[in-house]
Design a protein around this ligand. Sequence first.
Ligand code: PMP
Length: 367
Amino acid sequence: MNAPAPKPWIDAIAPYVPGRSTSDDGRPMTKLSSNENPLGTSPAARAAFASAAAALEIYPDGSAIALRDAIGAHYGLEPDRLIHGTGSDEVLHLATGAFAGVGDEVLYVRYGFSVYPIAARRVGAVPVEAPDSDYATDVDALLAAVTAKTRVVFVANPNNPTGTYTSRAELARLHAGLPKDCLLVVDQAYTEYLDPEDEDGGLALARTEPNVIVTRTFSKIFGLAAGRIGWGYGPAPVIEAMQRIRAPFNVATGGLDAAIAALGDTEFVARSKAHNDRWRGWFVDQITGLGNAGLRAVPSKANFVLVLFEGALSAETAYKGLMERGYATRWLPGQGLPHALRITIGEEAAMRAVIAGLREMIGEIGA
Ligand code: PMP
């Protein structure tokens, strides 16, 4: 050995592939590939981020006290049971790192968020996938996959990349069936897109149960993906363990300040949800209306739709055709979905152009 050797479990990681913003030949595209907010962000958040430049030489508040207080006040949560992260990605890593290690198992559903296997492997744990039920989370399959080695169970609700949703009753049933020494992580990155009656009870579980945490992000409905702010809420001992391994100054002041301002702009959040409801509904109707071309929209409660290509037009052809027309979508062969595109709900013009492009391609191949 004449060079440092990565740990075998690090070698086993398939790198995260971010959504694209340029075409194969380098042209900029309208990005429908990373579930960002097409309406931008709150003007107050943008201003707060800019103001933070005045104190660039000063470390950010490593405890994020103002942010945790603001989140606590906004959602009715105890600030000392909150942890902030470099996006919710970091919070997922902290939960895994604090509660799983070499030889342990980390469980999630097939077609789950692609960071879960990376978080597991990073600490030497074994990622375990339970079968889905027509692309949705299957609580029975998850429970059947639990072993004595299972330390962390991830459920994204709504789930990425499928957009599917697990009801409050199903989530409670999953929790009730898990051993008490398994940490259930309810990843609510897209929860703000749910209608109030679909609230999944994750925060209530995290308040009362010793083995449940919820993770949230400012990257989606708040439109702050570049600010890199996420958070987690859970039992004090769980949060304290995660705090011990968090980098001391993990997020920048601009992100912290922008997140606090974004929380206060409820009008922007409401407008973002209304836009998403409207254009997701329209988009799904249009996909369904393409008739017998073999396209199917997986029922979504998030800000994207997974479109299955089960006819003559393949997902790969559609992906490339949409790219030629200037639209980046997410084709996910690496996640076992070579027959699907995940398409973010963007601006009206983008949604209309995607449907027009698909219709053209279907016409061209006579599907
Ligand atoms: N969880 C899910 C299900 C996601 O889709 C994402 C974003 N792709 C994240 C967590 C992490 O987002 P962020 O780190 O920007 O908070």
